[in-house]
Design a protein around this ligand. Structure first.
Ligand code: SF4
Length: 173
């Protein structure tokens, strides 16, 4: 499936399920970004235990470039920010959405108010979705063929059919 790249402003206006769906279907990192290793893809995005800083910086630079070719970079970045990824006090030990841990932390600090609103709006939307689903389930349950009205109707139809049959009107129901 081809996905159209969105701007940062468009990603910021999206609710969390839409952001997640875009990343789930089109994340470039779902492939292994470095064919020279057998390590699982997710490992490559973190600094390894004991990995020399110079080696990590080289790898991080490569990963950041890799993200620039990702069709869902903005959705991924927005998700990372809403999930609280990034920590100014921590070293650069991860790359996500083309940014290091520290860079994500700075961005989150800069956009603190907007992010708090977005997270609250996501929570509200999730509650509303749950309420709609529960109401729909109650309607479905009430309309079930095994509900009391339908059971009474089918018993009546059976009684009518039995009476017609016993009166010699054949098997008509
Ligand atoms: S922007 Fe980078 S980390 Fe995010 S989904 Fe794309 S490739 Fe993966």
């Amino acid at each position: 499936m081809t996905i159209m790249a969105v701007t940062a402003a468009q990603a910021q206006a999206m609710r969390r399920p839409a952001l997640q769906a875009a990343v789930d279907t089109s994340a470039r990192c779902a492939e292994n970004p470095d064919n020279s290793t057998d390590e699982p893809a997710e490992y490559l995005w973190f600094r390894g235990d004991g990995e020399k800083l110079a080696a990590w910086h080289l790898r991080a630079a490569y990963l950041r470039r890799y993200c620039t070719g990702c069709p869902v970079l903005e959705q991924c970045r927005e998700l990372a920010l809403r999930e609280g990824d990034g920590d100014i006090g921590r070293g650069d030990d991860m790359v996500r959405a083309g940014l290091t841990t520290q860079e994500l932390g700075y961005l989150a600090r800069e956009q603190e108010v907007r992010l708090a609103r977005a997270v609250a709006a996501d929570r509200l939307a999730a509650e509303q979705r749950r309420a709609v689903n529960q109401a729909a389930a109650r309607v479905t349950h009430a309309l079930k063929p095994t509900g009391p009205v339908e059971v009474a109707r089918s018993e009546l139809a059976a009684a009518v059919a039995a009476r017609r049959a016993s009166n010699g009107w054949g098997r008509a129901a």
